[in-house]
Design a protein around this ligand. Structure first.
Ligand SMILES: [Zn+2]
Length: 294
């Protein structure tokens, strides 16, 4: 039984939210400061970002915890605060979601360490890192688990094992970034990811981040071909590619571009649709409008 289907009901596609890191940067988060620190030091800004996405029509809010595993927080001297950072991330999203009657996805990003044989991290160690983060997210109150931007199926397996260990009743969504000639950095193809991760117990499998809507639609078509059993498919594309404008980056896909993208994804049978880097509440509102015309 697909746990996510039971949670979401029958309407498709379900709309997720858009980017968080890029949105916080627009709110004044400085270069080099991890966005997750704002769960502790500027929770009002995180709350405002969630509220903007909920108001735009997102049905699932993603916790601000992408870089919340211990090795990633260690880079900023915050390795001892995994519990605080992630519990707060979930509590902030939970409070906004409850006001709007929407769901919370607890976000796990890559550990930032390479697994053996390319690196030194073992699968068991990766599982323990994800389990530590997920335990804190659970304590803050989440409805589903979202593991995203992975490149390595071994790391995805470790995250799935952590979810089975810590949150066996919650649906798990796993997305990979196919940003290298329609494969992940490690060479994984979209169809192979769907087959492997569905067999590993993911309730939804898909793609996020990447090189913009056009490539995402090619990836979505490959995933749709490979769909097995009752696994759901998800995409969360970046809003195009970043372009240097003055002293900062701007992503080149407009809200209208993302809205037509959402329509094409729906036609391909993608069940869950959202945005990644550079997508804003305006993009999500346009996607909402086109997915549910009045
Ligand atoms: Zn991204």
């Amino acid at each position: 039984m697909n746990r996510l289907k039971a949670l979401l009901g029958a309407d498709r596609p379900v709309l997720f939210d858009g980017g968080m890191g890029t949105l916080l940067q627009d709110s004044g988060l400085e270069d080099g400061v991890p966005g997750e620190l704002w769960n502790l030091e500027n929770p009002e800004a995180v709350r405002a970002a969630h509220a903007a996405y909920a108001t735009a029509g997102a049905q699932v809010l993603t916790t601000n915890s992408f870089g919340g595993t211990r090795p990633r927080l260690d880079l900023h001297g915050l390795g001892g605060r995994v519990g605080d950072v992630n519990r707060e991330a979930a509590q902030i999203a939970r409070s906004v979601a409850d006001e709007h009657g929407v769901l919370v996805a607890g976000d796990l990003g890559p550990t930032g360490e390479l697994l053996a044989p390319l690196g030194t991290l073992t699968g068991e160690e990766a599982q323990a890192l994800f389990a530590e983060q997920l335990t804190a997210l659970l304590a803050g109150g989440i409805d589903l688990v979202l593991v995203e931007t992975l490149s390595d199926l071994g790391e995805a397996d470790a995250a799935l094992a952590a979810a089975r260990e810590v949150a066996p009743d919650l649906p798990v969504v796993v997305t990979m970034s196919f940003d290298t000639n329609l494969r992940t950095m490690m060479g994984v193809r979209p169809g192979d990811a769907v087959v492997h991760l569905a067999a590993g117990g993911a309730d939804a499998v898909g793609a996020n981040c990447g090189r913009g809507p056009a490539e995402m639609e090619l990836i979505a078509a490959e995933m749709a071909q490979a769909r097995t059993g009752d696994v759901l498919l998800i995409t969360q594309s970046n809003a195009g590619l970043p372009q240097v404008v003055g002293d900062h980056f701007e992503y080149d896909a407009t809200a209208d571009d993302m809205a037509s993208h959402a329509t094409r994804l729906a036609e391909l049978g993608i069940d869950l649709v959202g945005g990644c880097c550079g997508s804003t509440p305006a993009h999500v509102a346009a996607m909402r409008a086109t997915l549910n015309p009045a």
